[in-house]
Write a protein that binds this ligand. Structure first.
Ligand code: NAD
Length: 424
């Protein structure tokens, strides 16, 4: 952090996002004026969210919505319910969304939101009241042409449905395009729920292919078995990979012969059974040890700050594909690069979610539903063409894929600012 301006955002993820931005901005010789503008979010709102609990007490939660950049279109980004959500984390995630949407060529800027809450500790009624009050508090920022939320950690299609309903009640008519990741019956898209995992799977297969390896029998470890991790595991296993390790926040399982992912997936879908309490599938392993298990591809799909200078030297993989946002620190990046471990960065690898969210938003505007096969094919096409452009730039400029991805995203946004100029 360089100036007083950023004190309110101080957080490890924001420091990481800014350090990555600074390095890439330096490589593309970004003009100092744009550098200052893009380093801090365009707009941020902190709100108190009071709700009546089931026992009659009133509890107040902290909520946030941050829009990082609006030069290329309305802003887009998930809403996170997690006890550690804070302004700095949300600001970092919003900045990453800006680069991600630009890399994928989507007409959006980045945003993110969240509430500091453990959703598992709330009843369904409390969760609904929290969601509706949060939506009412950030209402002035939202709109299908202004800022469009989506699911992230701790939020679900049901939460998106409550946001859609609350927004629609305020304006007096149904506005399906106000959120993405909704249930199908109110304007959701086929393929949205699995989209991030499907994109991660597409990129993993392509990374192996580019490096003359095959997905068939590749060994894969995935940290986090939520929306993204579970679908990534399921889809990679279907394509012939051996998923040898998986985990959730309580711990994980390891089986060198490959875990029975279809059965584990069914248990998780039906009962949300914690991974470490499943018996008969493999050996129990801690989250810390999971990251250093021998495998070809390690996929962090949980939270930020997991691969650091403390464990990067001990990783036993050849590829890291970042499904989570911000799982690797800059110091760890350098260690992995020295060790010849190929790193596919988050802003490329996990873009599948926002790409299919964009398809959902377009379908809502068209009042027309696309076929699932078309959604998968268009997602694949955008992911692979972004991947190929970034691999080519990384070779041409002799920089890591993370730097090539950031350079691509920042350049796109800088062009938009240059075209539009500075108001007034
Ligand atoms: P989720 O809430 O569905 O699942 C999160 C998973 O991580 C759960 O299995 C949880 O138990 C596990 N977890 C939480 N804390 C952990 C810890 N300290 N150690 C190990 N595991 C832990 O969330 P999700 O939607 O699957 O998101 C996962 C990651 O992917 C996040 O970083 C999110 O920002 C990113 N992401 C999500 C989407 C999306 O469409 N949902 C899109 C892009 C990126």
């Amino acid at each position: 952090m360089t100036t007083e301006l950023f004190r309110e955002f101080d957080h490890p993820s924001f420091r990481l996002a800014v350090a990555q931005f600074d390095e890439a901005a330096h490589l593309i010789h970004l003009s100092p004026n744009l550098w200052e503008r893009l380093k801090a979010p365009h707009r941020s709102l902190c709100v108190s969210v009071p709700i009546r609990m089931d026992n009659g007490d009133v509890k107040v939660y902290r909520g946030y919505r941050v829009q990082h950049d609006i030069s290329r279109g309305p802003t887009k980004g998930g809403i996170r319910y997690h006890p550690e959500v804070c302004l700095g984390e949300v600001a970092a995630l919003a900045m990453w969304m800006t680069w991600k949407t630009a890399i994928a060529g989507l007409p959006y800027g980045g945003a993110k939101g969240g509430v500091a809450v453990n959703p598992a500790g709330l009843s369904s009624g409390e969760l609904e009241r929290l969601t509706r009050r949060y939506t009412a508090e950030v209402f002035p920022l939202l709109g299908p042409d202004k800022d469009i939320p989506a699911p992230d950690i701790g939020t679900t299609p049901q939460v998106m449905a409550w946001i859609m309903d609350t927004y629609s009640q305020q304006v007096g008519f149904s506005v399906p395009g106000i959120v993405t990741g909704k249930p199908l019956s109110i304007g959701g898209s086929l393929g949205r729920e699995e989209a991030t995992g499907r994109g991660v799977a597409d990129i993993t297969v392509e990374t192996l292919r580019q490096n003359e390896r095959s997905i068939t029998d590749a060994t894969i470890v995935i940290q986090g078995f939520g929306n993204v991790g579970s679908h990534t595991a399921r889809l990679l296993q279907q394509r012939g990979a051996r998923i040898v390790g998986i985990s959730d926040q309580h711990g994980g399982l390891y089986n060198s012969k490959g875990l029975d992912i279809p059965t584990i997936f069914d248990c998780w879908i039906q009962e949300r059974t914690p991974i470490s309490s499943l018996t008969g599938f493999g050996d129990q392993v801690s989250n810390e040890d999971l990251l250093t298990l021998p495998c070809q591809v390690l996929i962090p799909a949980a939270v930020a700050d997991q691969i650091t200078d403390r464990n990067a030297s001990n990783l036993s993989c050849q590829f890291v594909v970042e499904a989570a946002n911000g799982p690797t620190t800059l110091a760890a990046d350098a260690i992995l690069e020295d060790r010849g471990i190929v790193m596919v960065p988050d802003i490329l690898a996990n873009a599948g979610g926002v790409i299919v969210s964009y398809f959902e938003w377009v379908q809502d505007a068209q009042r027309f539903s696309w076929k699932e096969a078309d959604i998968h094919a268009r997602l694949h096409e955008i992911m692979i063409s972004a991947f190929q452009r970034i691999v080519a730039l990384s070779k041409e400029k002799k920089v890591s894929m993370r730097m090539a991805a950031l350079m691509t995203g920042i350049q796109e946004v800088a062009h938009a600012h240059q075209c539009r100029g500075l108001y007034p």
